[in-house]
Design a protein around this ligand. Sequence first.
Ligand code: SF4
Length: 363
Amino acid sequence: MIRKGESRDVAGRNPMLEGFSSYELRAELRRRRREGGIGPVGFVEAGKMDLEGNALARIRMGSEMSLSYYGKPLVCTYSGGKDSDVMLELFRRSGVPFEVHHSHTTADAPQTVRHVRRAFRELELAGIQCGVDYHVRPGGGRVTMWNLIPGKLMPPTRRVRYCCSVLKETGCEGRMIATGVRWEESSGRKDRESFEGITPKKKDAIHVSDEKMLLTDNGDRRRLFERCEMKAKTAVNPIIDWSDHEVWDFYRGECKCHNPLYAMGFTRVGCIGCPMAGKARWMEFREFPRYREMYIKAFDRMLEVRRRRGLVYRNEEYKAWRSGRDVFLWWMEDKNIPGQMCLEDFIGKEDVHGEEELQAHDG
Ligand code: SF4
């Protein structure tokens, strides 16, 4: 790892990377494929998948590309969740120089914010550069979830996740980053690859497999990816093929510090109320009622901006929104119309969320 004050040669390479030239790495993988029946991915040794070895090979390759193309170390993106901690541990083991970047979404749980701060303190003590993007506007002030919603005139939804592109995916322009993207996370990620050229339009992104990047010396896709350097952000996804189970195993067994949210029963760590969390959001808002209030207030401001601008909804469903609270219930996919009897009215109210929970909170 590059310590503060450590120098690189004129090509921007760190002498500590001497053992990891991409040429040697590819030659070694080719040799192992010939001798050990390595499969098309290139890391499978005699039928046994070496997950950690695969991830380390990707990190080392990404690091070398970052140093050669951008003249700067690979950036490990860090959210404070289990995948991020697994990535951080793999980076520590890889021996490559790296920096760490976190995007402050303003909707993360306090436990996550504290976990990130603690991790960054330890990393900085070890001489690793860490940065937090607070989304400061050029004219001053910050973009937050709470001013983004009125600004965008609609709540973030599963299909329109504008908040992610503003609050999570920014920063590190003109750098190579490492992310914790995994195929198993969602069907939308199935076509992702371990090396990617990130373009403004997602549909134009360049995906390059391990096979093309690590086993072939040349190839159209690889050349296309390499042309992204300096013009765009490029990414390596070291744990793309890890299953949830494998991530949990490594996280529990190998990572020293854990986000306390997991001990509270959370299975995912991200923005409280993220539309991608589905029904788990009810549990999140039960634990963090203050965030529910903040969303309702942001929806109130959103309706106010729409009224001021004379904007009307074409969708009949949205025309019924009178307050931030109405928007919140719609957003939470609560189909109850206030005042209407619902199934729970007849079968008992053991765990009736939505209207009842809000009333309890308001009361
Ligand atoms: S709420 Fe979800 S979609 Fe929006 S920034 Fe947070 S994680 Fe991304």
